[in-house]
Design a protein around this ligand. Structure first.
Ligand SMILES: C[S@@+](CC[C@H](N)C(=O)[O-])C[C@H]1O[C@@H](n2cnc3c(N)ncnc32)[C@H](O)[C@@H]1O
Length: 205
C-alpha cells in the first residue's frame, strides 16, 4: 500500500465497518443517526449491515448531502437510508426519534460542542447511547503498535502523520472539558480509547 490516501482509506474503512458491526449488535429496530455524515459512508454501512434499521445521516454541507444521496441511490440503499442537510445544534427531528446516534470526526468542527451534544440528547430515546468518535492527537503506544500490526508500518505511519500534522484533532484534555461541562444533559458519560481514535460514550437513562 504505497499511497497515503489508500492507507487512510483502508484504516477508515475498517473503522466504519467496526462501528456498523457494533451498531448492529446493539440496536435491532428503529432509527439510527450519523451526525456530520459527509458523503454517507458510515450511514450506508449501517444500512447494509442492519436491514431492520433506518439509517439517517445529517451534515451541515448541502453538497456533501447531495453526494451521499447519489451514492446511496447507486448502491441500491436509497430506501434504507435518509440524508438531511442541517446543523447538529438544531436537528430537524422530533424528540426521542433515534435509538442510537453516532458521529465520526465531526465534533471538533462544532462551534458549541455542549449545545450539539444536548441536541443529540433530545432526539435520543431513553436508554439510547451516543457514540461520538474523533481524531486524537496522541494515540497510546499500544494503539500505534496495533495499527502497524493490522495495516503495515507504512500505512500506520501515514495515518499517524495525518492525525498529528494534517487533521484538526481532539485532545484528551479538550474531550474531558466537554464531558465535565455541568450543562451537559447526559447522565452517563465516558471517555474511551478506540484504537487511534477517541470515543465519547454518552447515555440517556
Ligand atoms: C472531517 S468530516 C467527517 C465526515 C464523515 N463523518 C467521515 O467520517 O468521513 C466532518 C464533517 O462534519 C460536518 N460538520 C461540521 N460542522 C457541522 C455541524 N455543525 N453540524 C453538522 N455537521 C457538521 C462537515 O460538513 C463535515 O462533513
Amino acid at each position: 500500500m504505497h499511497s497515503p490516501i489508500k492507507a487512510l482509506t483502508a484504516v477508515r474503512d475498517c473503522f466504519y465497518q467496526d462501528i456498523a458491526d457494533r451498531v448492529s449488535a446493539r440496536v435491532h429496530k428503529g432509527n439510527v443517526l450519523d451526525i456530520g455524515a459527509g458523503r454517507g459512508i458510515l450511514v450506508l454501512k449501517m444500512a447494509e449491515k442492519s436491514p431492520g434499521l433506518k439509517a439517517y445521516g445529517i451534515d451541515i454541507s448541502q453538497k456533501a448531502i447531495e453526494a451521499a444521496r447519489a451514492i446511496a441511490r447507486k448502491a441500491g440503499l436509497a430506501d434504507s437510508s435518509h440524508f438531511d442537510a442541517g446543523d447538529v445544534c438544531s436537528l430537524p427531528y422530533e424528540d426521542e426519534f433515534f435509538a442510537l446516534v453516532v458521529s465520526t470526526f465531526s465534533l471538533h468542527h462544532w462551534p458549541d460542542a455542549t449545545a450539539g451534544l444536548n441536541e443529540i440528547y433530545r432526539v435520543l430515546e431513553p436508554g439510547g447511547e451516543a457514540w461520538i468518535y474523533d481524531h486524537w492527537r496522541d494515540p497510546s503506544p499500544e494503539a500505534r503498535q496495533n495499527l502497524a500490526r493490522d495495516f503495515g508500518r507504512l500505512a500506520a505511519w501515514f495515518a499517524l502523520f495525518h492525525l498529528r500534522f494534517v487533521s484538526s484533532v481532539m485532545t484528551e484534555e479538550r474531550a474531558r472539558i466537554i464531558l465535565n461541562d455541568p450543562s451537559l444533559k447526559f447522565q452517563e458519560k465516558r471517555l474511551e480509547q478506540c484504537g487511534i481514535f477517541l470515543l465519547l460514550r454518552l447515555k440517556k437513562t
